[in-house]
Design a protein around this ligand. Structure first.
Ligand code: ADP
Length: 211
């Protein structure tokens, strides 16, 4: 049985990881989750884990195959069910761990739909204005991770454009004090170093796991 979310203890304390495709959101999320026992949740990973035969999986493949975003209501519904499952199976402990949200919200509408579930503690923005550098990273990832949506350059440019047109607007929904920008055009460990230099006290507030 899935847990009802949010529960009586209120919304999940979350850190949002923003950045264009290829900026290293997933890599940073994994580092931070293992460094502090926070729960890293990538919307792209949730979608890629759906069975291609399921109705949600079919919707995902239709949109992602064209480089488009999955519709907002469907995205949040899938996310909500997924998080309910994580809580019910003791994979994520919402009141002991920060939720590191990678790739969500990506539109203003998703921000509103998520409002009652999440309390945003901070927003990490990975900046990499060099689009050709991002495309190069994604093409390497396509080979290493066999990601179909990373192969076609036209689709990659479309995803970059959607990030600029839709996702950047999300940042204006939050107070400036919650937002920190980082140079993502450097090695993963250097990005991690910069993030920890700014956020280690916040990240250390929750590091206990399942106690
Ligand atoms: P990237 O950050 O490299 O674009 P992701 O793995 O986060 O890649 O996402 C892959 C695809 O999954 C997106 O192109 C989109 O189709 C879908 N997707 C992921 N997150 C969302 C979201 N929050 N809203 C709508 N679609 C999403």
């Amino acid at each position: 049985m899935k847990a009802i979310i949010p529960d009586e203890k209120g919304p999940f304390q979350s850190l949002l990881i923003f950045g264009p495709p290829g900026s290293g959101k997933g890599t940073l999320g994994k580092f931070l989750s293992s460094a502090g026992n926070h729960y890293h949740l990538s919307s792209g990973d949730i979608f890629r884990g759906l069975s291609p035969e399921s109705s949600a999986g079919k919707i995902f493949h239709t949109y992602a195959g064209e480089g488009k975003l999955v519709p907002d209501e469907v995205t949040i519904e899938i996310w909500r069910h997924y998080v309910g499952g994580l809580i019910a199976t003791n994979a994520y402990f919402p009141h002991d761990q920060f939720l590191l949200l990678d790739g969500l919200p990506r539109t203003v509408q998703q921000t509103k739909l998520l409002e009652s579930y999440t309390e945003v503690m901070h927003i990490i923005v990975l900046e990499m204005p060099n689009v050709e550098g991002l495309i190069g990273r994604l093409k390497r990832r396509a080979i290493i991770e066999r990601r179909q949506d990373d192969f076609d350059e036209k689709i990659l440019h479309k995803r970059m454009q959607i990030y600029q047109d839709e996702t950047v607007k999300v940042l204006s929904q939050y107070p400036k004090e919650l937002i920190s920008n980082f140079n993502a055009d450097q090695a993963p460990l250097e990005v991690l170093r910069d993030v920890l230099a700014t956020l280690s006290s916040l990240l250390s507030l929750r590091s206990g796991g399942s106690s």
